[in-house]
Design a protein around this ligand. Sequence first.
Ligand SMILES: [Zn+2]
Length: 495
Amino acid sequence: MITVDQLRPDYLERYRPQLIGGLGMLLRDGAVFTEAFQDHAVTETAPGHATILSGRVPAHTGIIRNLAGVQDSTAPLVGVAGPGASPARFQGTALFDWLQAAEPAARALSVSRKDRGAILPVGRAKQTVYWYQSGIFTTSRYYADSLPGWVRAFNAQRLPFKQAGALWTPLLAPESYSEPDSEPYEHAGHDFTFPHHLPTDSAQAADTLVDVPTMDSLTLAFALAGVRALGLGGRGATDLLAVSLSTTDAVGHLYGPDSREIHDQVLRVDRYLGWFFGQLFVRYGPRGVMIVLTADHGVTPYPEWARAHGYRDARRVSVDSIVRAVNTQLDALAGGADWLTFDTGMLLVPDRAKLAAAGVDVDSVIGVVAKRARAVPGVARVQRPAELVRADTLLDAVSRRWRHQVPPDAGVELVITLRPYAIWDASVPIAMHGQPSDLDAHVPLIFWGRGIRRGVNGRRVRTVDIAPTLARLLGVAPAEPLDGRALAEALPPAN
Ligand SMILES: [Zn+2]
């Protein structure tokens, strides 16, 4: 399971003639779904990764936003300082649990630069799960109390620290890139042209590595070391390898989806995956490997780019001052800390009962926020969750995505959707995702390998269809009701 963080499917079309590696192989010989979507509203990394191998939408996995994703102070990292993490908020089961119930010998290895990218694809399973922090790959106490020999040996090479002073230069000759390389809105107005330099200080270089393609190469090298050490796929059982590559997201945020940098990044992911698949094939032969490729979300262009290309609604939007003002009023009325939280389109009232007990008419407070938010330029819709139930789920994609997003018990009282090409302000001027728009929800989806029917399919499908499709291919039964359905177009005709 390969997840490329923030990979938009139109990149694969734009750069297709130059994709001669792993992405090219999947496009040529796989079951390609051109209209696949993360079909929920808050198109962020944690909710997206949680759908991929669970077959369930955020309203059912309980992972509804990054800021309440895998953070867990009771599960500190092993051998390095950094935020603790675990799947404690993930509800229910995922593909690996179903696989292990059928094949007790099955094992999973999940690797990413990001904690959420590594943890969520395998649900709550206490398997081998590693991510990157300050120059090393590590895990949390949820999974292990110490790092095994192969991880310590990999970390001991200190590869990230040796990148001090390294340059990121374009892979191909300048004429191979049609994008301008000098847009001054990129990267907060500095260092927006090639080549990009990593710091000469080795610890700073190890931290800044997350913004350059080499990080993805390193992640795949680490995954391969794990495959070898664990004997994955060579023990007579079906094993699961999940890799989430994070640099496309970093480059997309910093330079935007229309930059020369994102073009070069995708070419490099193509080459890295080509190498990686080749290494797996040497070990197992191509018929011993099944591959799925998707993304956790897409991205909306820089508003500066979008306005220059005729999208007048493109702007950065914030309702923080509205929420702050209401919180100040509630504070004076009922005391206490911030009663309302706003995050990526969701207004949360975590303690509605306590607020009501203090004599506050909560619905009228939410009504005030809604009225003020509707007047903010760039806001398209402000909806109460109760209204979403009445919406047409086929014709109204925005309401459908919000219904897939919001669990009834999460304290979400209001959802706000922006106009096309508008984004939530992120305190630093970057390109953003997180909307229930097709720009942010449209993702690639390709199945490849033995038993998978090659072809290009244009039917609208969803990332929650991945787990049931793999379950069918592997002959295992999901342990609970799913939101997704097996994709017949990818399955052998007899299936
Ligand atoms: Zn992401």
